[in-house]
Design a protein around this ligand. Structure first.
Ligand code: ADP
Ligand code: MG
Length: 770
C-alpha cells in the first residue's frame, strides 16, 4: 500500500477508505488478462457487469475498476492511478470524493458514472458551467464508448429536441443551471410529450462544494412575458425629489438604499398621510423601495443604457449590453418610469427552484471536489452526504506561506505589487486571485502603470477563460483572475503544451497570490490549489489588510495594532484575528444558507402538492373528470358537439392554466410576504414563524380554488365552427415568451439589493411554453 494512502486512512469524520484500498491489489492483478482482450471483448466485459443491480459486490467492483482502467488506458492514454480508483469507489457508494485539483476527477467521475449506467441507472453529471459540461462529455466520450455506455451533453443553445435526445442517453453532462431551467420548463408543459427531463435517478456533481454549498440557495428562475403593468410614475416622480443623505442613505458598497426617518416622514406626507409601516397595508413600502432602488442604485450608463427609447441592461460582470436580459419583476418598470420611457412587457416569475432543491430531487447523489472536508457538516446536514478524503497521487510540495497582513489597503497593494515585480523578474509565473472582476481590473491597471503586463480574466466567456488560465503556468506570465474564473481548467507548468516546463520548475513553479482572503477558508484553499498539482512545485501567499471587508466587517477589533514602516503587521495575535474574522464570515454564510433552506422547505412542499396534482391532470385526465362532475350538463354538451377527446383536451388546458396561474400568483405572494417580513423589522419575533403563519393558510384552499376557477372558465367554453374548442377565447393564454435566469444572490436577502442585474441566462426557446 502506498504511504500516501496509509497516511490518510484515519481522517476523523471522513469515510473509511480501507474497504476500497483493500481491493487495489486485486484490481491490478486483473490487468495482464484484460490487456490481452480485443476492444470488443473489453466492451463485452463491461456489458456483462450490467446483469446485476446496484450496489456492486466486491468481485464486480474489482472487475469494473479493472475494465475501466484498461479502457481509459486504451482510449485516453491515461491509466487511472490507484487514488483515482479510490475516488471511483467512493462515488459509487454515494459519497463526496475530496480529490485535489489536477488529480484527475474528470476521469474518476466518468468511470463512476459508467459504473452506475452499466447497472441500469440514468446518470446526470452536473458541472458548474456549460463549457465544462461539453468539454468533459467530449473528452470522456471514447472511454464511455468502449464501456458500451451512451453519453451526451446539453448546452445553452441546445433545442428542446436535442435536450430530449441528450437526456435519453445513459450519462448526460449538463450545467446545473441548464438542468434547472429544463426542470422548470417541464413543470409547465401542457402535454407529457413536451417534457425533456426524465425521472431523476443519480446526480454526480463536479465541484460539489461550489454547487451544494456556495450556490445552494441560488434560485433558478423561469419568467414569462405577461401583461404590461403600469409604470409607477407617481413613485418615480416622488423619489426623484428626495435628497440623498437626508431622505435616504446608500450603504458604502452601493448595494442597498434605505429611507431615513426624515425620508419616511416626507414620503408619508407627500403620499397624503399614509403609514408606510401599516401592517394591514404593506403594499406601499415595496413600491417606494422599488422606485428608490431604481433611482438611487441603478445608474444610467453604468447599469443600463437607454437606447431607441428602451432601457437595456448592462451585465455588470460581463460589461456588455445584454439584449435579451431584463431585470426581474417590477424593477424593469421602475427604471422605465425613472427614465420616462414607454413601459415594456413586464416579466413575471412563473416558477423558481433553488439549486439545493434541484439536487435533492435525485435519490442518489455523489460528487467530487478539491475542498469538501471544510463543509462536511453542511454536506451531511443538507444532503446526507459523507466525504471520502482521497490522498493525492504524489505528495503536495507546494509552499503555503499563509497571510501577510498590512494596516491599510494601500500598503497591502504596494507590498503585493512589489512582490509581483520581484518574482516576475525571475520569470516565475504568477496567478493573482481577486474577489471580483472590478477588483481584477483595478489591480491590472495598477500593474500596467508599474510596467507589469498581465492578463485579466474578465468573466466574458467560460471557454475563453479556460484558454487563458491554461497558460497561467507559462514562463513570465502574470495572470489576474477571480477565484471562480477558469474553474476546472488544469494549469500546467511551462504552458499548456508544457514546452517550458523545466525552466518553470526550476523557478519554483506557479506562485499564487491572493489579493485578500475570501469569505471562507475553503475558497482560499481552492485558489491555492491552482498551484502544486500532481506533485508540482509551487507556492502561495495571501495579502490582507485590516481595511479589507472581510476583516473590517468581521473582526472584533480593528485598532491597536503595531505596524512596521511599510504597514506590515507581524504580531501573531493579529494574524489569528484574520482567521477569526473568516470564521465569523463562514458562520454568517451558513446562517443565511440554513435560513433560506428553512423558507424553501415550506415552498417546496407546497409546490410539490401542486405538481402532484398537475401530474394527475396530465396523465389521468383528472381535470376532465373533475369538470364532468362540476359542470355535468355543459360537459355533456361539449362531448356531443366536439367529442370526448377534444373536450378532455380543453378540460386539461383549462385546468392546467388555473393551476399554473394560481401557482405563479401564490409564488409572488410568498416572495412579497417574505420581503414584507424583512422590511417590517419584526425585532423579537422569528421571521420564519411569521412567514409560515401567513404562508400556510394562504395555500390552504389552493387546489379547491383552482378547481372552481377552472369550472367557471369551462362553463364558458364553446365549440367553434371547426368542431374544436378554442380555449384562448375564454382567456386561457399561456405566456408568449419565456426566459430563464439565475439570481446570484438571494432576491429576498435584504430588500432589493440583489435583484439588480447579476443574473445570467437568456431567452429560451419560446416554443416550449406554447
Ligand atoms: P481535476 O478535475 O481533478 O482538477 P482533471 O480531471 O482536470 O483534474 O485532470 C487534470 C489533468 O490530469 C488532465 O490533464 C488529465 O488529462 C490528467 N490526468 C488525469 N488522470 C490521469 C492519469 N491517470 N494519468 C495521466 N494523466 C491524467
Ligand atoms: Mg475538474
Amino acid at each position: 500500500m502506498a504511504d500516501s494512502v496509509r497516511r490518510l486512512l484515519g481522517k476523523p469524520g471522513a469515510v473509511d477508505l480501507r474497504p476500497y484500498t483493500k481491493l487495489l491489489e486485486s484490481i491490478e492483478a486483473r490487468e495482464p488478462d484484460l490487456r490481452d482482450l480485443s476492444d470488443a471483448e473489453l466492451t463485452d466485459r463491461a456489458t456483462e457487469l450490467g446483469s446485476a443491480d446496484l450496489p456492486y459486490d466486491r468481485h464486480d467492483l474489482v472487475e469494473l475498476c479493472a475494465v475501466g482502467r484498461e479502457a481509459a488506458r486504451r482510449t485516453l492514454d491515461e491509466r487511472p492511478f490507484d487514488v483515482q480508483l479510490l475516488g471511483v469507489m467512493a462515488l459509487l457508494d454515494g459519497h463526496i470524493a475530496e480529490m485535489a485539483t489536477g488529480e484527475g476527477k474528470t476521469l474518476s467521475g466518468a468511470l463512476a458514472a459508467a459504473g452506475f449506467a452499466l447497472r441500469g441507472q440514468r446518470v446526470h453529471v452536473l458541472s458548474v458551467n456549460d463549457y465544462l459540461a461539453r468539454r468533459d462529455a467530449e473528452w470522456m466520450a471514447p472511454l464511455y464508448d468502449m464501456l458500451g455506455v451512451a453519453v451526451a451533453w446539453i448546452g445553452e443553445e441546445s433545442t428542446a429536441e436535442e435536450r430530449r435526445a441528450a437526456y435519453s442517453a445513459d450519462v448526460t453532462y449538463a450545467s446545473v443551471s441548464e438542468l434547472g431551467f429544463d426542470v422548470l420548463r417541464d413543470r409547465m408543459v401542457t402535454d407529457i410529450e413536451q417534457r425533456v427531463v426524465p425521472e431523476p435517478s443519480i446526480a454526480l456533481i463536479d465541484e460539489a462544494d461550489s454547487v451544494l454549498v456556495d450556490e445552494a440557495r441560488v434560485p433558478l428562475v423561469l419568467a414569462g412575458a405577461a401583461e404590461t403593468t403600469d409604470a409607477d410614475v407617481e413613485m418615480a416622480e416622488l423619489v426623484r425629489h428626495l435628497t440623498p443623505g437626508t431622505d435616504y442613505e446608500i450603504d458604502p458598497e452601493g448595494r442597498n438604499v434605505q429611507l431615513t426617518e426624515a425620508g419616511i416622514d416626507r414620503v408619508e406626507k407627500e403620499l397624503g398621510g399614509v403609514d408606510l409601516y401599516d401592517e394591514d397595508d404593506t403594499s406601499v413600502l415595496p413600491r417606494v423601495n422599488l422606485a428608490l432602488h431604481a433611482h438611487a442604485l441603478l445608474q444610467r450608463d453604468v447599469h443600463y443604457v437607454v437606447r431607441d427609447g428602451e432601457v437595456r441592461l448592462i451585465n455588470e460582470s460581463r460589461g456588455r449590453i445584454a439584449l435579451l436580459q431584463r431585470w426581474p419583476d417590477g424593477l424593469q418598470a421602475a427604471v422605465e418610469a425613472k427614465e420616462r420611457v414607454a413601459v415594456s412587457d413586464t416579466g413575471e416569475v412563473l416558477d423558481s427552484i433553488t439549486v439545493q432543491s434541484l439536487v435533492l430531487r435525485y435519490p442518489t447523489r455523489c460528487g467530487m471536489t478539491g475542498t469538501a472536508m471544510a463543509v462536511a457538516d453542511q454536506l451531511r446536514e443538507f444532503y446526507e452526504l459523507e466525504v471520502a478524503v482521497i490522498p493525492p497521487n504524489k505528495p503536495c510540495i507546494r509552499e503555503d506561506e499563509g497571510t501577510r497582513l498590512y494596516a491599510t489597503r494601500e500598503e497591502k497593494e504596494d507590498a503585493l505589487v512589489e512582490e509581483i515585480a520581484e518574482v516576475h523578474a525571475t520569470g516565475r509565473p504568477i496567478l493573482i486571485g481577486t474577489q471580483d472582476v472590478a477588483e481584477s481590473e483595478l489591480l491590472a491597471k495598477r500593474l500596467g502603470a508599474d510596467g507589469l503586463e498581465c492578463v485579466v480574466l474578465n468573466a466574458k466567456n467560460d471557454a475563453d477563460e479556460a484558454a487563458i488560465i491554461a497558460e497561467a503556468g507559462t514562463y513570465g506570465a502574470i495572470t489576474v483572475s477571480t477565484q471562480m474564473a477558469g474553474r476546472g481548467t488544469d494549469i500546467r507548468l511551462g504552458g499548456s503544451d508544457m514546452a517550458d516546463r523545466d525552466r518553470v520548475v526550476e523557478k519554483g513553479g506557479l506562485y499564487v497570490m491572493g489579493y485578500g482572503r475570501y469569505p471562507s477558508s475553503r475558497l482560499d484553499d481552492q485558489l491555492r490549489g491552482r498551484a502544486g498539482r500532481q506533485g508540482d512545485p509551487g507556492a502561495s501567499a495571501y495579502f490582507v489588510s485590516v481595511e479589507d471587508d472581510l476583516v473590517a466587517n468581521n473582526a472584533p477589533e480593528t485598532r491597536g495594532y503595531e505596524a512596521q514602516g511599510d504597514g506590515a503587521i507581524t504580531d501573531e495575535s493579529w494574524l489569528r484575528m484574520v482567521d477569526h474574522a473568516q470564521r465569523v464570515s463562514e458562520g454568517k454564510l451558513l446562517e443565511v444558507h440554513r435560513n433560506t433552506w428553512r423558507y424553501n422547505q415550506l415552498i417546496d412542499v407546497q409546490r410539490g402538492v401542486v405538481l402532484e396534482h398537475r401530474e394527475a391532470v396530465l396523465r389521468d385526465d383528472l381535470g376532465d373528470r373533475q369538470l364532468s362532475i362540476d359542470c355535468p350538463a355543459h360537459h355533456a354538451e361539449l362531448v356531443e358537439a366536439a367529442g370526448a377527446e377534444e373536450t378532455a383536451r380543453a378540460a386539461r388546458l383549462i385546468t392546467l392554466y388555473h393551476l399554473d396561474r394560481g401557482w405563479t400568483d401564490h409564488n409572488a405572494f410568498l416572495a412579497e410576504l417574505r420581503e414584507g417580513i424583512h422590511l417590517r423589522f419584526l425585532g423579537r419575533r422569528d421571521p420564519l414563524d411569521e412567514f409560515n403563519r401567513d404562508a400556510v393558510p394562504a395555500f390552504k384552499g389552493f387546489l379547491d380554488e383552482a378547481r372552481a376557477r377552472a369550472a367557471e372558465t369551462f362553463a364558458e367554453a364553446e365549440v367553434g365552427e371547426d368542431g374544436t374548442i378554442d380555449v384562448a377565447e375564454v382567456g386561457v393564454k399561456r405566456p408568449t415568451m419565456t426566459w430563464t435566469y439565475m439570481v446570484h444572490d438571494h432576491p429576498f436577502s435584504s430588500g432589493l439589493e440583489t435583484a439588480i442585474g447579476r443574473f445570467r441566462g437568456k431567452l429560451s426557446a419560446s416554443g416550449q411554453m406554447a
